[in-house]
Design a protein around this ligand. Structure first.
Ligand SMILES: *Cc1c(COP(=O)(O)O)cnc(C)c1O
Length: 356
């Protein structure tokens, strides 16, 4: 039976990424050696890093004045690295979930933090709107896709200060106007590669404006100046990232990807809205994520939750349990998720409905 991987992260990757990565573990770039055992300074690996950085720039149309770095530590390290490098006096944050709250906690160690709005009181089931961003803030931090709750800010916001975005779970899912951001960062394990590497797209002009000492490894300039080779990078995740970036380019890039993602998410949301057993946890259609689709049983069918989980599992659905803070189900349908797997989930939902 085919297993359909709806896991929230680490999560589904393109077949070519998995196959090429496996091959490089056995014989990297015709060297007769494993990528796990060759120098990161070898010309073969330097080419991998250079190509990966160049493809990120190409696919996201990164303008001049920005640099792309591959670093370790996960998105969670970016929660402190961003304020370490950018927060001189005051920063504004939008609290749209547990990841946003963690970013806010770290920023408070570096200066004044204004939480402009929060949807915490409603278990983060919507994106706040109509808030004001202080015009003297050094930046405004958003989490573009809230992996746990299935909400997403799918437009580049217009505010009076530069944006900083945690795009861990929706980077490369749509075109982005990078020029509106001082920093975009993303842990790789949702839409790009195995865990272990994090991408940051950094506006160089925004750096060097704080007085504090920044530890070498937490200073973006270290990684920019060294081409992400200051220390030993996570070689296999970077190699895998390059394979995913190549796959994405072949498919037509992020604009083509966005079209496919909207279509895929639309199929699933339509079924949840139609099916008498289920409902979306995110009511506002414009806030619904095209990466993580969260749904629960309708009130009158609450007791069927475990039965549906077992039924879907028996049909090959993996990783659809909702986060414990939301309950119900979450189908993570990242870039690499084929339409056929979404159709399989929809079929299971229809079959289960017919039984009840
Ligand atoms: C998964 C996730 C993180 C945490 O990433 P790590 O790489 O594990 O630190 C942060 N932000 C968002 C939006 C996420 O989905």
């Amino acid at each position: 039976m085919k297993i359909h991987n709806f896991s929230a992260g680490p999560s589904i990757l393109p077949d070519s990424t998995i196959k090429n990565s496996a091959e490089a573990v056995l014989n990297f770039a015709g060297t007769g050696l494993s990528i796990l055992e060759v120098s990161h300074r070898s010309k073969e690996f330097v080419a991998v890093m250079d190509d990966a950085i160049a493809l990120v720039k190409e696919l996201l149309d990164v303008p001049a004045g920005y640099e792309v770095v591959f670093v370790g530590g996960g998105a969670s390290t970016q929660f402190c690295m961003v304020p370490f490098n950018l927060l001189a006096k005051k920063a504004a944050y939008l609290n749209t979930g547990a990841w946003a709250a963690k970013a806010i906690k770290e920023a408070k160690g570096f200066g004044e933090v204004v939480e402009v709005a929060s949807s915490k009181e409603a278990v983060y089931n919507y994106i706040p709107k109509g808030y004001e961003v202080p015009s003297d803030a050094d930046y405004f931090h958003i989490t573009s896709n809230n992996t746990i709750y299935g909400t997403e800010i799918r437009k580049d916001l217009d505010v009076s200060v530069p944006l900083v975005a945690d795009m861990s779970s929706d980077i490369f899912s749509r075109p982005v106007d990078v020029s509106k951001y001082n920093i975009i960062y993303a842990g790789a394990q949702k839409n790009l590669a195995p865990s272990g590497v994090t991408i940051a797209i950094v506006k160089e002009e925004a750096l060097g404006k704080v007085d504090r000492y920044i530890p070498t490894m937490l200073d973006y300039r270290t990684h920019i100046q060294s081409g992400s080779m200051f220390n030993t990078p996570p070689v296999l995740p970077v190699y895998s990232a390059l394979q995913t970036l190549k796959w994405l380019k072949e498919l037509g890039g992020v604009a083509a990807m966005e079209k496919i993602n909207i279509e895929k998410a639309g199929l699933l949301y339509d079924e949840i809205d139609r099916n008498k057993l289920f409902k979306c946890t995110v009511e506002a259609v414009e806030d619904r994520s095209i990466m993580n689709v969260c749904f629960i049983m309708n009130d009158e069918y609450k007791e069927l939750e475990k039965d549906f989980f077992d039924y879907a599992t028996s049909k090959g659905m993996s990783g659809i349990k909702g986060h414990r803070s939301v309950g119900g189900f979450r189908a993570s349908i990242y870039n690499a998720m084929p339409k056929s797997s979404i159709q399989a989930l929809i079929d299971a939902m229809k079959e289960f409905e017919a039984k009840h």
